[in-house]
Design a protein around this ligand. Structure first.
Ligand code: ADP
Length: 454
């Protein structure tokens, strides 16, 4: 099971790594110590052997048996000399008891392992030539003291290891807590941010490290959430407001019709009024729904080849009825050959209908509305120009905003809730295009739609 706290995990990692490093280091140290102690023992064995060789060489010409014996005895129990054929010239009791065999055939000096009374020892075997005859000298040294020393070292290392492990774990935990404390703070602060206080921001740690970047990123995310939240709240408020007005109108109209004394004609007129208001409200609700779907990505547009000229032609046919009723001349100049974009035919028809509808709505009787579609390089440009009332320059940057109306009273009278151009812009941008406006008060407006050609 993985611990759920990074602090604990880091501590475990830190302690394990420390333990591994300690064990490797202590092991290497111990082996080096053992090696050098063995080497010291071997060295002393060699020195003794050299001493014997020198003694024999010095006395070669006048070798006195007693002197030799004395010398050999001085080397203690763990010493033996054999001649070439393996016969003992001298044999210390210690090695004789243990039946350490002679290495009569030994050609070179060597030091090896031996066991004396069940305890490890080092055994030096060295060939010596005296007066043309070969002898083999063997000296042993018990490793008892060395082993004692090594054991003592081990006894010192084990508790040291345990203590350092505890210390490393404590240090690791303290370090990880210290390093992760800002994360806890960020978590606490982030948890306290709800829909009610989206204006709050997390405190950015000044270190300029990963946590600083994390906090900044979170703050940017909260800012985006706040902006979306504001848009949604405003949309809901505006939508409610827009719906309240027709409901109030319908209610008042119905109340008037229901008043005593209202005759059949008045009542019929009231009902007609109500039906017209319902139609407008239905349109408004449909637009609201479309915008809500567009925002949530639930209004996918088709991606197929669409002839923009044909879409504009259809929109013109629909708008021509309104234009005729209003007394506005509607003229379309469309290319003969199809101009294709990739997109949604119905949505594009709707976009141009919005522009044509506005052009007719905001152009007094006797005015003109010209529609023009052309291919410009890789682009398709559709223009809807009218000779209507125009838009004041300070309104121009806002006309594509939701619920934005230049003249609230007048626009509502004509059935607009200020959503048409917002939907139009969404359609154009969803097709990878753009929409722009130029206008002059009392002279007319010109809306231009740019779409990528397919
Ligand atoms: P509405 O449904 O109210 O017309 P739109 O989003 O279509 O909403 O337009 C926003 C505002 O832009 C309108 O209220 C109107 O004041 C202005 N507008 C749009 N088109 C024209 C136009 N062709 N001529 C003059 N003003 C226009």
């Amino acid at each position: 099971m993985t611990p759920r706290s990074i602090g604990v995990r880091l501590t475990v990692w830190f302690t394990s790594l420390f333990a591994a490093a300690f064990l490797i280091l202590a092991g290497a140290l111990w082996l080096a110590l053992r090696g050098s102690l063995y080497q010291a023992v071997d060295e002393s064995l060699r020195e003794r052997a050299d001493g014997i060789v020198h003694f024999i060489e010095d006395h070669e010409t006048r070798l006195d048996v007693d002197e030799v014996k004395e010398e050999f005895r001085a080397h203690g129990e763990l010493f033996q000399v054999a001649d070439e054929s393996g016969r003992w010239v001298h044999r210390g009791a210690g090695l004789a008891d243990l039946a350490v065999p002679s290495s009569a055939a030994a050609a070179d000096a060597s030091v090896g392992e031996a066991t004396l009374h069940g305890e490890p020892a080092r055994l030096l075997t060295q060939p010596v030539e005296i007066g043309g005859r070969r002898f083999v000298v063997q000296i042993a040294a018990p490793l008892h003291d060395v082993e004692q020393g090594l054991y003592a070292t081990l006894r010192f290392l084990v508790p040291l290891f345990a203590a350092s492990l505890v210390l490393a774990a404590a240090l690791g935990y303290w370090l990880s807590r210290r390093a992760l404390a800002p994360v806890d703070e960020i978590t606490r602060a982030a948890r306290s941010i709800t829909a009610d206080n989206l204006a709050h921001r997390l405190r950015v740690p000044p270190a300029g490290d990963e946590l600083t970047r994390l906090t900044e990123t979170l703050n940017e995310m909260i800012a985006r959430l706040e902006a979306s939240f504001r848009t949604i709240s405003r949309f809901t408020a505006d939508a409610s407001h827009e719906l309240r007005t027709p409901l109030a109108v319908m209610r008042t109209t119905a109340e008037v019709a229901l008043q005593r004394g209202a005759d059949g004609r008045e009542r019929a007129a009231a009902l007609e009024h109500i039906v017209a208001e319902i139609e407008r409200t239905t349109q408004l609700v449909e637009n609201l729904l479309l915008i809500a779907k567009a925002d949530s990505g639930a209004a996918p547009l088709a991606r197929e080849p669409v002839d923009v000229a044909a879409a504009v032609g259809d929109a013109c046919a629909q708008a021509s009825v309104l234009a005729r009723v209003k007394g506005v001349e509607l003229a379309a100049r469309l290319p003969d050959a199809p101009v294709y974009t990739s997109g949604d035919a119905q949505a594009l028809r709707r976009l141009f209908l919005i522009l044509l509808d506005n052009a007719v709505k905001y152009t007094p009787a006797g005015g003109r509305c010209d529609v023009h579609v052309e291919r410009r390089g890789a682009e398709i440009v559709g223009t809807v120009r009218d000779t209507g009332i125009g838009i004041a320059s300070h309104h121009l940057p806002h006309v594509f905003e939701r619920f934005y109306r230049v003249d609230r009273a007048r626009s509502r009278e004509q059935g607009g809730a200020g959503l048409g151009l917002a939907i139009g812009r969404w359609i154009a941008e969803s097709h990878g295009g753009a929409i722009a406006v130029e206008s002059e008060l009392e002279r007319g407006s010109s809306f231009r739609v740019h779409l990528p050609g397919a």
